[in-house]
Write a protein that binds this ligand. Sequence first.
Ligand code: SF4
Ligand code: SF4
Length: 359
Amino acid sequence: MSEQNKRLTDVGVPDYNKYLPPIIKKNYGKWSYHKVIKSGVLLHVGENGDKLYSVRAGSPRLLSSERIRQFAELAEKYCNGYLRFTTRNNIEFFVTNEENIEPLIKELNSLGFPVGGINNTLGNIIHTQGWLHCHTSASDASGVVKAIMDELYDYFINPVLPAKIRMAFACCLNMCGSVATSDIAIVAVHRTPPKVDDEKIRNICEIPTVIASCPVNAIRPKVVDGKQTVEVNEDLCFYCGNCYTVCAAMPLADPLNDGLAIFVGGKVSNARTKPAFSKLAIPFLPNNPPRWPEVVDAVKTIVETYKKGAEKGERVGEWIDRIGWPKFFDITGFEFTKYHIDDFRLAESTLNYSNHTTL
Ligand code: SF4
Ligand code: SF4
């Protein structure tokens, strides 16, 4: 074994092989097929006839330790302790005894966790940190997601949509959630430039680092009362928050002007049509806690208009491509504005044409 392989480190992701349930280890790369046997339950069959059932429950993502203990106890009781958390905040229980499926679902439901999210459903929303954890956020994340899923709960459980809908929420343009490639994506946006605190900045930030952090060169050095600070060219700034990430003396949160934009039509899958980025549907909705009614209404409108008009198997983007964007705006009632036009000439003159800036 090489020196490098012998090295012990806690850096990076642990080897997932160590944590696979025995039946998955045994059948690794040798699964024959899988099928949905009921909403939220998949049957996986190995080449040798082994059967594994995965039972998917939605979670709100932010979980108390008490909740996690409850999940662990259920896993001990029904599936030898084996479960996993998916990237979309579902919990999947790996059940090998078919008789355990119904009691497990019953207990999950009694704890308030729905089972579903497979096939033609609205999957659990992948989302970011929001006000609770991230300094750059233009909106809360979990609160908006909770308000949306409370309204669209039935679509998680019942596979009644033309195809699956994958949703994502990011609380700033850094887009930690996978919003660029989701059927419906909500992005919280700042709309005002950072405010420079000339006093603080020289004590807590490195000026060259702050200047270098801006992807569109909008930050310039400046001297105030003989001391170094910076100024922001407001015509260039597109409110990304990168500078605030490296320098706490440049906050850009703004309760009145921050809000939410909605994008539609992205997908990762290359089934039928190639993968696609999502495109702007609504440029701005107010940040209206605690239930964000404008955002909930808009998402519900998209889901229900899609449900009514799409053909079986058609993802949101494929449906819009078929009917055309003018019809999409027509039947959803969303206003088409100047912000929907990708103005390349403006982008060129303001340097806003890098990957940093193109949604
Ligand atoms: Fe923070 Fe932005 Fe990521 Fe939200 S999307 S967690 S605000 S960096
Ligand atoms: Fe530059 Fe973004 Fe800061 Fe604006 S918010 S000054 S674009 S880094």
